[in-house]
Design a protein around this ligand. Sequence first.
Ligand code: ZN
Length: 171
Amino acid sequence: MNIIQKPSAHGGGAQTPNRIIVHAMGNQIDYQGNRWDAAEFLQKIGLSAHALIAHDGTIIRCRDDNRMAWHAKGHNQNTLGVEVLVENAHNLNELYECMEAHNWPSSRQLWSLISLVISWCEQHDIEKIQRHSDIDSPRKRDPGNGFPWEGFVRYTNFILQLKGINALKTS
Ligand SMILES: [Zn+2]
């Protein structure tokens, strides 16, 4: 699994993560007349996530697990935020459209997400995993109806139980 570091200074102080929140955003975003990579765009607008996952499965780490990131309004304390990056979504309308496409994440992205979530569960007492849309609907729709959420959760929990780790709740 390829992991690269793009540290972000945007975020809060110490935390003890017990919940994971899964997001989606464009891989490259048009903003103020330029097109920015997702990590650069977040820097520009003062937001952050603990990790971003590119289409090829590369994991981009931006915040330490034990420091807050600014990824989910009202839910930034003791949570880990991961953004699954969407190809060809350069603005919000394109993102909404792409997130409806059946099984839009690449298989490499899903493998990386599963691996990341499992490693987080091995390192922290994580109780729950939720979509951004589960906690801030209708304002937030990510990761969208095309994201294979039920299968992802079922498979991740299957692996966790093989490892003797408690299954994640979703609500
Ligand atoms: Zn989100």
